[in-house]
Design a protein around this ligand. Structure first.
Ligand SMILES: CC(C)(COP(=O)(O)OP(=O)(O)OC[C@H]1O[C@@H](n2cnc3c(N)ncnc32)[C@H](O)[C@@H]1OP(=O)(O)O)[C@@H](O)C(=O)NCCC(=O)NCCS
Length: 183
């Protein structure tokens, strides 16, 4: 799927950029790991100690995603967003531990592209793909203090369903809220 966005090109002129959404292939997860790490450092630094976030390198995150992709590629789906051949975002969906639900595990946009519509396009695509995973609703977990992501999800029709949990990020416990979307 292609989406287009309009960006300033100097002076008063505007240029239309095309973003391609496509299923990930074997060579993508290592780059997804690096983007995931950049995204966390930029987006979570206001509420998680940057030293804690920096404890994981882009390389180790890349290896972790490559391994996960190998194990889960039959059951889960990774979508990547590319602009001019450059990775600018990704999403990951699959079966959930929440009974009767499919799960949106992650949406991350490269910090240089945040606010340009890439996240919304990934979410719209994920909501199209989630029914193929199974279940009558989709769930996701978001960091309680991640106000930007909560507003982003709420603008896409997701609602908190009252469930909470605490999960570690680099060994530091972080509170999360569960959001739900009918399928
Ligand atoms: C959350 C995230 C995926 C949103 O992607 P994005 O490309 O920046 O979002 P979009 O430009 O498509 O915006 C879609 C909507 O989200 C909301 N939104 C986006 N950025 C926002 C911000 N900084 N503050 C409040 N609302 C925001 C708006 O409602 C926006 O709708 P609008 O364009 O009609 O105003 C992106 O900011 C990101 O990667 N953040 C870091 C990682 C993260 O927190 N991921 C989610 C948890 S896994």
């Amino acid at each position: 799927m292609w989406i287009t966005r309009v960006v300033p090109a100097g002076g008063a002129s505007l240029v239309r950029m095309a973003v391609l959404l496509r299923p990930a292939t074997e060579s993508d997860p290592v780059h997804v790991g690096a983007l995931h790490q950049r995204s966390r450092l930029a987006a979570y630094a206001g509420f998680i100690d940057p030293d804690v976030l920096a404890a994981r390198t882009a390389e180790s995150f890349g290896e972790w995603w490559a391994e996960r992709f190998r194990w889960e590629h039959d059951t889960h789906r990774m979508t990547v967003a590319e602009e001019d051949g450059e990775l600018v975002g990704f999403s990951y969906i699959g079966p959930s531990e929440t009974p009767g639900a499919a799960e949106l595990y992650a949406i991350h946009v490269d910090p240089s592209r945040v606010g340009t519509g890439v996240g919304r396009a990934l979410m719209v695509q994920a909501l199209k793909d989630l029914p193929s995973i199974g279940g009558d609703r989709a769930v996701l977990w978001v960091l309680t203090e991640n106000e930007t992501a909560r507003t982003f999800y709420e603008s896409g029709g997701w609602k908190p369903d009252g469930e909470t949990r605490t999960e570690p990020i680099n060994d530091v416990p972080v509170p999360q809220l569960r959001y739900c979307h009918p399928l």
